[in-house]
Design a protein around this ligand. Structure first.
Ligand code: N2P
Length: 370
């Protein structure tokens, strides 16, 4: 129960979503969907390596449809695709602040909750969150943190993760040229803001300018900006420090391990002591959808207790599905970097929609990279 309070507090400063009406014809079609209905193949637009292929196969077999998957590596890459409308995506996986943006722009439709009875499996901590106050447009998919993956070659085993390793050229040993940062305007401007002691949601241009200068000043330490392969590059030794998403690191450590080698002895993931980004990724039906009933059925399918756990057991992100807990690998449930305890959670901050200031973040990040 404590977790409910802490998550509510972490979101407390964020503004509430207002919501537009989306495409009313599609809303009407969706309103007529019944539990388990399918009305065509599912075009799923998701973050890469985020769903167990066996779950996709099981859905196809159970419901007699094909799931066509396309991928993106940032909310900012996905948004223009939906805005342009030149596709038939039935389901997207926007993060918290992007749900606000998409609902306000009328890019996602109000869901037909009658077609998703498994909504009752959700942990109440993941309902009524500020990015979608009335749970009208989105259903939580997974949640996690953005921190630092590292090689134990450069830090001691008991190292308390700190953004210093990226921003302080005096950090020893020298990791210069072996660092990757997320190719993501809000995430990467966010860590510079955090390191400077500002909010990751600042709308103060002077603070953002300071973050730009900080990142430009350490750019020669950064090997690449990448949101797709940061975990593999760490494990293969191309980098020794990577800013990235919790589960992707663990999935890579797991994949690199076998009977004779334990990658967890060589690599770790930490949530920096200065604070970090936490996020909730969600499922939402964009106005490009032409199979809204299949999309509702897929959401309901993933909210099944065992399917929700299969998602977590595959991608190593925390599940918002309370009914899944008995089926999640105990090692994952007990890992405090996947399910952070309250005292760690208190240093986390969720990204919020900053309205017109979003462009300032994109411009700032482009300036850093140029
Ligand atoms: C999946 C990464 C998703 C986390 N590979 C970013 N919100």
């Amino acid at each position: 129960m404590r977790r409910i309070l802490v998550i509510a507090l972490a979101f407390a400063l964020l503004g509430a979503a207002c919501g537009g009406d989306g495409n009313s014809e599609l809303v009407d079609l969706a309103a007529a969907c019944e539990v388990g209905d399918v009305d065509g193949d599912l075009d799923l637009y998701n973050w890469s390596e985020y769903i167990d292929p066996d779950l996709v196969t099981a859905f196809e077999a159970d419901f007699g449809v094909t799931v066509n998957e396309s991928f993106y590596d940032s909310n900012e890459a996905m948004l223009p695709q939906i805005e342009s409308g030149g596709n038939d995506y039935d389901l997207v996986v926007p993060s918290d602040y992007t749900v606000t943006i998409m609902s306000e722009e009328g890019l996602i439709i109000a869901l037909n909750k009658d077609a998703i009875p498994n909504l009752s499996n959700l942990d109440p901590a993941f309902t009524g969150l500020p990015y979608d106050e009335n749970d009208e447009y989105s259903v939580p998919y997974q949640w996690g943190t953005s921190g630092i993956g590292y090689s134990y070659d450069v830090v001691p085993e008991d190292w308390e993760a700190s953004w210093e390793i990226i921003f302080d050229p005096g950090f020893a040993p020298d990791v210069s040229g072996r660092i990757s940062l997320l190719n993501d305007p809000r995430e990467t401007m966010g860590i510079a803001l955090k390191y400077l002691g500002y909010s990751i949601n600042t709308t103060d241009q002077a603070e953002l300018d300071e973050a730009v200068e900080l990142l430009k000043g350490i750019k020669d330490r950064v090997k690449l900006f990448d949101s797709d392969q940061f975990e593999d590059l760490l494990v293969s030794g191309e980098t020794t420090v990577a800013h990235g998403w919790s589960g992707d690191f663990f999935a890579a450590f797991d994949e690199a391990s076998d009977d004779t080698y334990d990658a967890y002895e060589d690599f770790g993931y930490g949530i920096p002591k200065e604070g970090a980004v936490a996020w909730v990724d969600t499922m939402a039906i964009p106005i490009t959808a032409d199979a809204p009933c299949t999309a509702h059925t897929f959401i309901n399918f993933l909210l099944d207790p065992e399917n929700g756990a299969a998602l977590t057991n595959f991608n190593f992100y925390a599940s918002p599905n309370a009914a899944s807990e008995p089926f999640v690998d105990p090692e994952i449930l007990e890992d405090e970097t996947i399910y952070p305890p309250d005292e760690v959670f208190e240093r986390l901050e969720f990204l919020a929609d900053t309205g017109d200031f979003e462009t300032n973040y994109s411009d700032a990040f482009n300036e850093v990279k140029s």
